[in-house]
Design a binder for this molecule. Structure first.
Ligand SMILES: *[C@@H]1O[C@H](CO)[C@@H](O)[C@H](O)[C@H]1NC(C)=O
Ligand SMILES: *[C@@H]1O[C@H](CO)[C@@H](O)[C@H](O)[C@H]1NC(C)=O
Length: 165
């Protein structure tokens, strides 16, 4: 009975556990890699992150920031807290990442690779999936601090530009 009780406690603990990592521990980049995803999906400047054993994670960045990838006009915006659900080859239920396409910012909902040999990665922004080269996300990128208000301004401009273009 005592033994059963103990295992139940341990079992419950394992089921409910959320691991908290700081930059000194195993990195979120290693976690991405072990899920068949490129390390550069998250930028430099991760302060800490939590990961539970169903793959739900929250990443805390030093600051909200923007990074460019692949081409000069391709940009990603990361909010200070980025969360999602990791499984092999994909991150679903993403919150805190937007991608700029032409002049518009879209919330990224899901990121996935169909197979690593294809060399492509897909960003699902709800209406469409955009395809990029997997190798542009090989390494975590420098990310420039951005105030949310700057982004709001950019969003306003985008709408205007889009409307008149
Ligand atoms: C992780 O970083 C965030 C943002 O700086 C902070 O609010 C939070 O307390 C940190 N969590 C841990 C467990 O260190
Ligand atoms: C980010 O997460 C931290 C720690 O959980 C929280 O204190 C903070 O309010 C969050 N910030 C934003 C902008 O959601």
């Amino acid at each position: 009975m005592v033994v059963l009780g103990n295992s139940f406690v341990i079992f419950t603990f394992v089921l409910c556990s959320i691991w908290v990592f700081t930059s000194a521990d195993s990195s979120i980049y290693e976690v991405l890699k072990s899920h068949g995803l490129p390390m550069g999906l998250l930028p430099k400047g991760v302060r800490n992150f939590t990961l539970d054993n169903s793959g739900n994670f929250v990443v805390h960045l030093d600051q909200p920031c923007n990074s460019k990838f692949e081409k000069k006009e391709n940009e990603l915006h990361y909010e200070r807290n980025v969360s999602g659900s990791l499984s092999f080859g994909q991150i679903d239920l993403i919150s805190g990442i937007s991608a700029k396409d032409l002049f518009l910012w879209f919330q990224v909902k899901k990121i996935y690779v169909s197979s690593s040999s294809s060399g492509v990665i897909y960003f699902d922004v709800g209406v469409v999936s955009k395809q990029f080269s997997l190798s542009s996300f090989d390494n975590p990128k420098e990310c420039t601090a951005v105030q949310v208000t700057d982004l709001e301004d950019a969003k306003q401009d985008s709408k205007v530009l889009f409307f008149f273009s």
